[in-house]
Design a protein around this ligand. Structure first.
Ligand SMILES: *Cc1c(COP(=O)(O)O)cnc(C)c1O
Length: 385
């Protein structure tokens, strides 16, 4: 699980540096007060380096990152943006906030976007695709990217759960035009609230940078109050406090993922001995962040039995099977744009529902009790056989 397990002195020291240097909590300006202490900029630079990406932009949340991404590629009212049925509700909220139409695509046994289904969802109104690396497993991003290139559509990767993962050695979030990340308190690295974008294209980056700051171009030749601008925007800026925590958390990211992968492997090794389950599929070349271990049971009632036996014994599941209503688009009647733009969506999304309703997700923590793998196996065995 997440970066919050390793929060400590390094984060406190980073924050202390801000206050030792004048206490400027704004990402730019106030040069005479801050003794050259720019935490958000330092965090952006380090993050871009970690992703081998040229441009990065820190924002106030992962949801804001998605919204800024859509603004930066000029998504307009009525444009269609495709995303997958299994994601957090924020992905669709960002599309709706951009006044675009959210189109929902089925998933496959990776529990991420099915490239074959994606082709069926594309038409002449499609302007962007948001693929999600859900719970840290890479999407079939090479196939998806190929389709996007062929059709000349922007690819955005919602990498909220995939920070630090890669496919064939290429970091998740760097395959498409834009990668977005979340640093909320439940994610692999955290700044409390916060997010980041990485870009390949300088023009798209500049548009995003201005848009997240009321259109400010931060023209170095004029003071901020005389700054130049081309478009309207909004305020999705990250504060220096978040930036400081981010610098410390980023340094811990590889260690966190290393430990998660080890712990996941220990649980998986035990569960491989069980009958009647099938593990979530991983695309070839995946280096997952190992945020959760997911397996399919025969049906929904067995999945719920698995959850209940774990909870009764002081263990837990994560999102599946108990909380998929926050993470499965066919249950989001409260977002009217889903029924409006996806006729017969409940019927169309039945294959997704069939997979999700019989899936069980075991959360992986860094500080795992060493007895857990055997305990989990024993409990599951009692309901699976
Ligand atoms: C967490 C999450 C987000 C939103 O991030 P916040 O920082 O909480 O706004 C977006 N997409 C997915 C898939 C997420 O899991």
């Amino acid at each position: 699980m997440p970066g919050f397990e390793v929060i400590g002195k390094e984060e406190m020291d980073q924050i202390a540096q801000i206050f030792k240097n004048g206490g400027v909590l704004f990402r730019q300006g106030f040069d005479n007060l801050r003794n050259n202490c720019f935490k958000v900029k330092e965090f952006e630079t380090a993050f871009a380096k970690e992703k081998s990406s040229q441009y990065s932009l820190a924002v106030s949340s992962g949801t804001a990152a998605l919204r800024v991404a859509l603004a930066s590629i000029n998504i307009e009212e009525g444009d269609e943006v495709i995303t997958q049925s299994f994601t957090f509700v924020a992905t669709v909220e960002a599309i709706v906030e951009a006044r675009a139409k959210p189109i929902i695509c089925n998933i496959d046994e990776t529990l991420n976007m099915d490239p074959i289904e994606l082709r069926k969802c594309i038409n002449e109104k499609t302007k962007a695709i948001i693929a999600v690396h859900m719970l840290g497993v890479p999407a079939r991003i090479k196939e998806i990217k190929k389709i996007c290139d062929e059709k000349n559509i922007h690819l955005i990767e919602d990498t909220a759960w995939g920070c630090g993962g890669n496919l064939d050695g290429k970091k998740l979030g760097t395959f498409g035009s834009i990668g977005t990340y979340s640093f909320d308190f439940a994610k692999t690295m955290t700044t409390g609230e916060g997010g980041m974008l990485v870009f390949r294209d300088k023009g798209i980056f500049e548009k995003a940078s201005a848009w997240h700051d009321h259109g400010h171009q931060n023209n170095p030749n004029v003071p901020r109050w005389e700054d130049t601008r081309d478009t309207s925007g909004f305020n999705f800026r990250m504060t220096e406090l978040q930036g400081a925590v981010g610098i410390a958390q980023l340094k811990k990211l590889n260690g966190v993922i290393h430990q998660q992968r080890l712990n996941k492997q220990m649980i998986k090794k035990e569960l491989e001995e069980l009958d009647n389950i099938k593990f979530r599929e991983l695309p070839e070349g995946s280096f997952e962040t190992a945020d959760a271990l997911i397996f399919f049971t025969k049906n929904k009632s067995i999945a719920i039995k698995c959850r209940n036996i774990l909870v009764e014994n002081g263990l837990n599941t994560k999102i599946l099977p108990e909380a998929y209503t926050w993470h499965f688009a066919a249950t989001w009647e409260h977002i009217k744009e889903i029924p409006e733009n996806n006729p017969n969506y409940k019927k169309y999304l039945e294959p997704s529902e069939k997979l999700l309703s019989r899936a069980v997700s075991i959360p992986i923590s860094i500080n795992m009790n060493k007895d857990n793998p055997k305990k989990i196996k024993k409990l599951l065995k009692s309901v699976l056989s």
